[in-house]
Ligand binder design. Structure first.
Ligand SMILES: Cc1ncc(COP(=O)(O)O)c(C=O)c1O
Length: 396
C-alpha cells in the first residue's frame, strides 16, 4: 500500500490505514519536501520514505516520526516536538502544549536566533573567514552562537553577567567560546554586559557584534520557523500563545506570525518580577519592582525584536509560583525545565485556569526554552533555594 504525504500539509496520513493515525514529519516543513511513503505489509516493519527521510513505525497503533539526517548542527536547529503537558491539561481541562526548544543542538530556544543572526550577517557580508562573533548574553545565545559558529570557522566572544548558572560558563568554555564576565548592573551603566559586548567588538579585529536585542534577524528566525511549526503541529487550531520576553525575539516573531494566521488568537507575555514588560503592556511604561532568579528573561526597555510582536495581555509571575510549577512538572510529568520555561508554563496554566477557558478544551502553547539540567547547581541545591526563601510548594 502506498500513502502519499505532502510536506507543508497538516501531516495527517493521506490514506486509510486504520491503525496509524498521525504522521509527524520532523523537519519536513522546513525542507519543503514532497515525499512518498511505501508501507510494507507487516505493520511493525520500518517504513521507507522516499526523498531523504526514513520513517520508523514505533508500533502499529502509535504515531511515527520521520528521522532526519542532518548534514550539520546548523541543519539540526528547529523542528522540535510540541509536547502536550499531561498534568496541566488534566488540571485545567484545556490542552496545554510546550514547544521543546531544549532539544535544539545547543540546548535552547536561542539556537534559532543564533542561526538567524549568523545567516543574516553572512548574507550581508559581515562574516569573512576567521571572523569573531561578539555577543552580550545571559548565556544561551552565546551557547547557540558558539555551537553553530565553530563549524563555520568563526570564533565567539561572549560578555555575560557573572551571576548566571555555573553550568552555562562551563558549557561555553567547553565549546570554545571566550567568556568575559561582568558584575550585574543597570542597563544605563557602561559596564552592563550589553555595552561591553559592543565595546569588545569595536576593539577586536574582524569582529561582528551580534546584538540580539536590536538585530531583527532574531525575531525573524521565529517568524520563519518556530511559529509555522507550532501552527502546523496543531493543525492550525490554537487559542493562545504565552511567552516570557528576554530580547523579545521569541515573543515578537511568533506572536506576529500567529496573529496573521489565527485572527482570534490571544498572545500573552509571562513576566517575572523585576521586569517591566507587564507594566508596559498594561500601562505603557516599563516599571518592574523586585527581582527574580530566572535567567535570560525580563527587560526594562523596548527592543526592536519585541516591537515586532503583538501582546494582548500580560501576566506577572513570582519566583515562588515559578518554582512551584518547575517542581510540579518535574514530579508529575517527568519534565525538568529551566526557570524561564517554568514561568512560561505557569503563564499558560494561569490562562487555561481562567473561568472563560477552564474545561473548554482550548489549546494554549508556550515555549520550553531550555532544560533544567543547565541550572542544577541552583535548582537542585536546597540551601541555595532556602537562602532565597524559595521552597517548592503544591501548585494547587
Ligand atoms: C533560558 C531563556 N529563556 C528565554 C529567553 C528569552 O528569549 P528571547 O530572547 O527570544 O525573548 C532566553 C534568552 O536569552 C533564555 O536564555
Amino acid at each position: 500500500m502506498v500513502h502519499k504525504c505532502w510536506a507543508g500539509s497538516n501531516m495527517s496520513l493521506c490514506g486509510s490505514h486504520p491503525e496509524i493515525k498521525t504522521w509527524h514529519l520532523r523537519a519536513a516543513f522546513q525542507l519543503n519536501l514532497s515525499a512518498e511513503i511505501s508501507r510494507p505489509a507487516a505493520s511493525d516493519v520500518p517504513l521507507t520514505l522516499k526523498g531523504g527521510f526514513t520513517c520508523q513505525a514505533a508500533s502499529t497503533v502509535g504515531w511515527c516520526q520521520a528521522m532526519q539526517k542532518a548534514a550539520s548542527l546548523w541543519d539540526s536547529v528547529g523542528s522540535t516536538p510540541l509536547i502536550r503537558i499531561r498534568s496541566l491539561s488534566e488540571l485545567s481541562g484545556c490542552e496545554v502544549y510546550g514547544k521543546a526548544e531544549y532539544l535544539n543542538p545547543g540546548g535552547s530556544v536561542k539556537d534559532r536566533a543564533a542561526r538567524g543572526i549568523i545567516a543574516a550577517a553572512e548574507q550581508a557580508g559581515h562574516l569573512g573567514p576567521g571572523a569573531v562573533i561578539v555577543e552580550g548574553t545571559a548565556g544561551n545565545t552565546g551557547i547557540g552562537l558558539a555551537t553553530l559558529a565553530m563549524e563555520r570557522g568563526y570564533k565567539v566572544i561572549v560578555s555575560m553577567p557573572n551571576n548566571q548558572a555555573a553550568e552555562k560558563y562551563s558549557l561555553l568554555t567547553a565549546i570554545g567560546a571566550d567568556v568575559r564576565q561582568f558584575a550585574p548592573c543597570p542597563f544605563k551603566d557602561p559596564n552592563h554586559f550589553y555595552h561591553q559586548a559592543k565595546k569588545i567588538a569595536a576593539e577586536t579585529p574582524q569582529a561582528y557584534w551580534a546584538d540580539q536585542f536590536e538585530n531583527v534577524a532574531n525575531a525573524e528566525a521565529h517568524y520563519q520557523t518556530t511559529a509555522p511549526e507550532i501552527f502546523q503541529q496543531l493543525d492550525s487550531r490554537l487559542d493562545a500563545f504565552v511567552s516570557a520576553v528576554g530580547t523579545g525575539g521569541t515573543f515578537g516573531g511568533i506572536s506576529a506570525w500567529l496573529k496573521e494566521q489565527v485572527k482570534s488568537i490571544q498572545t500573552i507575555v509571562a513576566d517575572p518580577d523585576g521586569s517591566g514588560v507587564y507594566s508596559f503592556i498594561k500601562d505603557g511604561e516599563f516599571k518592574g519592582p523586585g527581582s527574580s532568579i530566572t535567567e535570560g528573561i525580563g527587560i526594562m526597555r523596548q527592543t526592536a525584536n519585541f516591537a515586532r510582536g503583538q501582546a494582548d495581555d500580560a501576566l506577572k509571575i513570582s519566583d515562588q509560583q515559578m518554582i512551584n510549577m518547575l517542581f510540579h512538572v518535574a514530579r508529575k510529568d517527568g519534565l525538568f525545565v529551566g526557570t524561564s520555561s517554568a514561568i512560561n508554563l505557569y503563564g499558560a496554566w494561569q490562562w487555561a485556569m481562567r473561568p472563560e477557558n477552564k474545561d473548554s478544551g482550548k489549546r494554549v502553547v508556550t515555549i520550553l526554552c531550555d532544560h533544567g539540567s543547565r541550572y542544577t547547581s541552583k535548582l537542585l541545591n536546597p540551601e541555595w533555594l532556602r537562602e532565597r526563601e524559595l521552597e517548592p510548594a503544591a501548585l494547587v
